[in-house]
Design a protein around this ligand. Structure first.
Ligand code: G6P
Ligand code: ZN
Length: 602
């Protein structure tokens, strides 16, 4: 067996290693600086406490973006030196973010061990390549992103780090083939186990499960149900009047799409677009929205420039690490805010996992209130949390939330502690399968658009749009936010200004900065976005993105509720035009940023 030595290397701190909404994201060139990654990983081990790290099992994998292969080898060497007992790696270093969560929660090793945590190597929906982004995020024992207490500690330690431990002479491990490599270090054995990236995740979606008392190890329990009814979905996909298309945007979702949609559900190979993972995502921007998922958008008949005669009935896309999703019908876009509301409203009956009921539902603050209306109607517990998936984790661990979602194309459930792009697609396919169960192929298929329009007719419609101003000067962005807080201090002034711009817009009745008190641990998160709440239920929200790697991104969220059934068919951009005008004027967007239009509209 190969032996290795542990070396203590001295290092100097970097001052910019504060994890954002979802880990540390920087340009690859920043990560390539001497010891940059080493410092961050060692600081994470120190923050977790070396006693706990010793003897543990750690997962290392990600979306396969450029620099991942180097990063995996570096983290293996740091793990070995810090006394980690074994590392688990998806084949080729690939694991989607939801799959990592599933591996942490459900994978059981040969001697009964479970993972202590994971380093996820991804910058999610940001582009990849030598001049693009890399990222690293730590997930804890519950399978969810590290909470702020831990990430703050990590950051503090990166500011004072003086040395790290490394097994420099440990040879690089072949992560392209499945199997276990064992080494002998000063403190005993160290193992690197490479496994099939789809194994744990697919088992989780297909077989069972959890009960109300918490997490159980799947294969030690007797079978009690499934998350999804794969057979029902398979029947839907086999219908001659149904067609399906999935775009992985060259992210890691491709690995899972092949396994689930083709091998398990027998969809046609031609249903998959861009499903070969690439280090640079084929030069694209792996964010599933109407701007970046161009090929899918065109195929679904949503591109005016490239009309198609017969688009598929259902289309979906994922981001780089496969935790985000976009759901499309034929020539029809489902807003993420509607998507989570519709999943919640249809969960019982369509998705076996929810057959015993929903514990509660939750959304992030900027997400539209479509879910609120469902919660109210179905008498469900409801929570509004700040942006960031980690806030849902606490609710789920406490048994308060089954389904949650965000406007930023994230949807998921308490089957894991990350949002889950493929889960969202399967949830939608389950709803369609259920709705079409008794519809013969001679009659008209109930489509995605039908499901959404019926939902609006029942619950009312939340017109919704988001304007992103990317890569704005950071100081200008801060000034704009400060200006908005300042303006909030006088509502009569705000309303006067609004009337000057658009007399037809309702009055603002409340304006504040969103603050959240976690109902489980009592922690308070302040400054989570600036809100203007209107008398008619409309909202304007402004926030700075926490996931960028350069400059600042201002996000403007615009929402209007309409319960009048004669008006719910209006085009969203038309319905929202007055509010958009008010938002741009209130914020002095052009004055502060120099931008006359947003970079992306979703
Ligand atoms: C990541 C998180 C999401 C969050 C999103 C916000 O994707 O996992 O939970 O909604 O970032 O991004 P932003 O750029 O708006 O801070
Ligand atoms: Zn992502």
């Amino acid at each position: 067996m190969t032996t290795f030595k542990v070396v203590t290397q001295s290092t100097s701190p970097y001052i910019d290693q504060k994890p954002g909404t979802s880990g540390l994201r920087k340009k690859v060139t920043v990560f390539q600086q001497p010891n940059y990654l080493h410092n961050f990983v060692q600081a994470t081990f120190n923050a977790l406490s070396i006693e706990k790290v010793k003897g543990s099992t750690i997962v290392i994998s990600g979306d396969g973006r450029y620099f991942s292969k180097d990063a995996v080898q570096i983290i293996i060497k740091l793990s070995a030196a810090n006394g980690v007992r074994r590392v688990w790696i998806g084949q080729d270093g690939l694991l989607s973010t939801p799959a990592v969560s599933a591996v942490i929660r459900n994978r059981v090793g040969s001697d009964g061990e479970k993972a202590f945590g994971a380093f996820i190597l991804t910058a999610s929906h940001n582009p990849g390549g030598p001049h693009e982004d890399f990222g690293i995020k730590y997930n804890s024992e519950n399978g969810g992103p590290a909470l702020e207490g831990l990430t703050n500690k990590m950051y503090d330690l990166t500011k004072t780090i003086k040395e790290y431990l490394i097994a420099e002479d440990l040879p690089n491990v072949d992560i392209s083939s499945i199997g276990t490599t064992s080494f002998q270090g000063p403190e005993g054995a160290f193992e690197v186990e490479v496994f099939d990236a789809t194994e744990d995740y697919v088992n989780l979606l297909k077989t069972l499960w959890l009960d109300s008392t918490g997490l159980k190890i799947a294969h030690l329990l007797s079978y009690v149900g499934t998350i999804f009814d794969f057979k029902a979905i398979k029947n839907l996909l086999a219908r001659p009047d149904f067609s399906f298309c999935y775009d992985a945007l060259h992210g890691v979702a491709g690995v899972y799409a092949k396994k689930i949609f083709i091998d398990e559900l027998s969809a046609d190979e031609s249903s998959l677009l861009n499903c070969v993972p690439k280090e640079d995502f084929g030069g694209g921007h792996p964010d599933p929205n109407l701007t970046y998922a161009k090929e899918l958008v065109a195929r679904m008949g949503l591109s005016k420039a490239a009309p198609v005669s017969e688009p598929p009935e259902f289309g979906a896309a994922a981001d780089g690490d496969a935790d985000r999703n976009m759901i499309l019908g034929k020539r029809f876009f489902v807003t993420p805010s509607d998507s989570v509301a519709i999943i919640a409203a249809n969960a019982i009956g369509s998705i076996p996992y929810f057959n015993s009921g929903l514990k509660g539902v939750a959304r992030s603050m900027p997400t539209s209130a479509a879910l609120d209306v469902v919660a109210k109607n179905l008498n469900l517990k409801f929570f509004e949390v700040p942006t960031g998936w980690k806030f849902f984790g606490n609710l789920m661990d406490a048994g308060l939330c089954s389904v949650c979602g965000e406007e930023s194309f994230g949807t998921g459930s308490d089957h894991i502690r990350e949002k889950d792009g493929i889960w969202a697609v399967l949830a939608w396919l389950s709803i369609l399968a259920h709705r079409n169960k008794n519809v013969s192929t001679d009659s008209k298929l109930v489509t995605v658009e039908d499901v959404v329009r019926q939902h609006w007719a029942t619950y009312g419609r939340h017109f919704y749009t988001r304007y992103d101003y990317e890569n704005v000067d950071a100081d200008a962005a801060k000034e704009l936010m400060a200006h908005l807080v300042n303006v909030q201090s006088s509502l009569p002034e705000v309303n006067k200004l609004i009337k000057q711009v658009r007399p037809d817009v309702a009055d603002v009745e409340k304006a504040d900065e969103f603050e959240y008190k976690d109902p489980v641990d009592g922690s308070i998160s302040s400054h989570q976005g600036i809100r203007y709440l209107f008398q008619d239920g409309s909202r304007l929200v402004f926030r700075l993105s926490g996931t960028g790697s350069e400059g600042a991104t201002i996000r403007l969220y615009i929402e209007q509720y309409q319960s009048d059934s004669t008006k719910i068919g209006t085009e969203a951009q038309d319905a929202l035009a007055p509010l958009v005008k008010v938002a741009l004027s209130l914020s002095k967007m052009q004055e502060f940023t120099g931008r006359s239009s947003p970079t992306v509209i979703t």
